[in-house]
Design a protein around this ligand. Structure first.
Ligand code: NDP
Ligand code: GDR
Length: 376
């Protein structure tokens, strides 16, 4: 029997890698995509099947986590063996601007799916994965953070995700649903959204190196994170739903670095050594040395990073470090891609795009480079 999975958030970073993984494993994969005024399937176009092909194993449904009847109808049609609830307003800083919407999607959206599973009588058939987050730990009380660390969310996003965490536990305890929380620490890739810090840095510095932008404006570069690769983390999402009994797991690398480190590594991949000068909001990063020809637009002494307090958050999560011991011992999960390798992969991809833009510009065919325009 071919297994059927339903993924909310299939057009996002994790959704695209998970869809690839499940297709490789022989699943029929259904995904919920939002109607948008422009194409929003770039991350999954390479695995998309023409729906006229009867053999198609990737099937998309228009839908939204704010729409109960739509979600119920999709679940009724698909009757999935596994649901991966990855859809979310996933940007922490944006959740301070849109707290109510974030709660509707990230908290009540989860309840809508769980209720639909129950209402449709799928409780015994359908397994449920909830995309929980290290942001639940927020104001850290214990280092490193494990499944037993108390939560203290620090943003409307994290508070909404806290509801989803507990409602998932509740449906497991109350109705016997096979439901698991993956408490995932930050994970990145070349498909990471452009306004999350790692991708903002790799994309920004590649554009600067090629003369498409002048300077990168950053928030709290002392912030500490445990960064892994999205490919490793979606493998664990699948593994969690293959266990004998449902349980929650922390997914992390157990290694911590600062945003400033990530700036340094990205510069290193471009053959640049950075020198940080000044303090607090006056801190800047200058080009100290250049090696090779990957940054033709730069010279020693150029200032390529400044702090902009607009990117500070009303409440910050200063430090996160995960303890993945349970995932390793119980499921045999190990991350395979380290953060430096991931940074190199991201730089390589963003550099291709920056070089393409720069070449077109040199031939008088300048394309607009989408700058980070959200204020976030
Ligand atoms: P992305 O932001 O890349 O993707 C989010 C997905 O959710 C997109 O497909 C987006 O659609 C969809 N979405 C947003 N709003 C709605 C809505 N109202 N209804 C239906 N779908 C919606 O996130 P990631 O792939 O990085 O993360 C996946 C999940 O894991 C999220 O829930 C996130 O909060 C959580 N998480 C992520 C971590 C990380 O480090 N990446 C760590 C821990 C948890 P569209 O493409 O149309 O915008
Ligand atoms: P985070 O990721 O908030 O941890 O949430 P993000 O990459 O946005 O921020 C990480 C840290 O970097 C600091 N920072 C900046 N962040 C952004 N976006 N832009 C900046 O200019 C900037 N300068 C410094 C932030 O303050 C923060 O401390 C991500 C999301 O994927 C969530 O959905 C997920 O739940 C968590 O990771 C785990």
């Amino acid at each position: 029997m071919v297994k059927r999975a339903l993924i909310t958030g299939i057009t996002g970073q994790d959704g695209s890698y998970l869809a690839e993984l499940l297709l490789e494993k022989g699943y029929e994969v259904h995904g919920v995509k939002r109607r948008a005024s422009s194409f929003n399937t770039q991350r999954i176009d390479h695995i998309y099947d023409d729906p006229h092909n009867r053999e198609a194993r990737l099937i998309l449904h228009y839908g939204d986590l704010t729409d109960t009847s739509n979600l119920t109808r999709i679940l009724q049609e698909v009757e999935p063996d596994e649901v991966y609830n990855l859809g979310a307003q996933s940007h922490v800083a944006v959740s301070f601007d849109s707290p109510e919407y974030t709660a509707d999607v990230d908290a009540i959206g989860t309840l809508r799916i769980l209720e639909a599973i129950r209402f449709l009588g799928l409780t015994a058939k359908t397994r449920f994965y909830q995309a929980s987050t290290s942001e639940l730990f927020g104001k850290v009380q214990q280092i490193p953070q494990s499944e037993n660390t108390p939560f203290h969310p620090r943003s409307p996003y994290a508070v909404a995700k806290l509801y989803s965490y507990w409602i998932t536990v509740n449906y497991r305890e109350a109705y016997g649903l096979f439901a698991c929380n993956g408490i995932l620490f930050n994970h990145e890739s070349p498909r990471r959204g452009e306004t999350f810090v790692t991708r903002k840095i790799t994309r920004g510095l590649c554009n600067i190196a090629q003369g498409l932008e002048d300077c990168l404006y950053m928030g709290n570069i002392d912030s500490l994170r445990d960064w892994g690769h999205a490919k490793d983390y979606v493998r664990m999402q699948w593994m969690m739903l293959q266990q004998e009994t449902p349980e929650d797991f922390v997914v992390a690398t157990g290694v911590q670095h600062s945003v400033r480190d990530f700036l340094r590594w990205t510069a290193f991949e471009l053959g640049i050594k950075l020198r940080f000068e000044g303090e607090g909001v006056d801190e800047i990063a200058k080009v100290d040395e250049i090696d090779g020809d990957l940054a033709p637009a730069l010279k020693v002494g150029d200032t390529i990073m400044r702090i902009d307090p607009r990117y500070f958050r009303p409440a910050e999560v200063e430090t996160l470090l995960g303890d993945p011991t349970k995932a390793k011992l119980k499921l045999g999960w190990e991350p395979e891609i380290d953060v430096r390798t991931m940074c190199r992969e991201m730089v390589n991809e963003d550099l291709i795009s920056a070089k393409r833009h720069s070449l077109l510009k040199a031939h008088g065919m300048e394309l607009p480079v989408a700058l980070e325009d959200t204020g976030r």
